[in-house]
Design a binder for this molecule. Structure first.
Ligand SMILES: [Zn+2]
Length: 61
């Protein structure tokens, strides 16, 4: 019913709860406040998080 519900998932590294103010986008990167890992949204419904690969400036495709 509520349109302002918080989206929640868990860090795959340390299992800390990760919350989003709004529905995250596929491929969005979040940072775990607990262990500092960069997490990539790989699925949005339900929200699934995976450790983001540690690549830098590798956008050439
Ligand atoms: Zn974590």
């Amino acid at each position: 019913m509520s349109t302002t519900e918080t989206i929640q998932s868990a860090c795959p590294e340390c299992d800390a709860p990760i919350s989003f103010d709004r529905s995250p986008l596929n491929g969005q990167v979040a940072r775990c406040p607990d262990c500092g890992s960069e997490l990539e949204v790989t699925c949005t419904n339900p929200v699934r998080l995976e450790l983001a690969p540690e690549v830098e400036e590798d956008w050439g495709e």
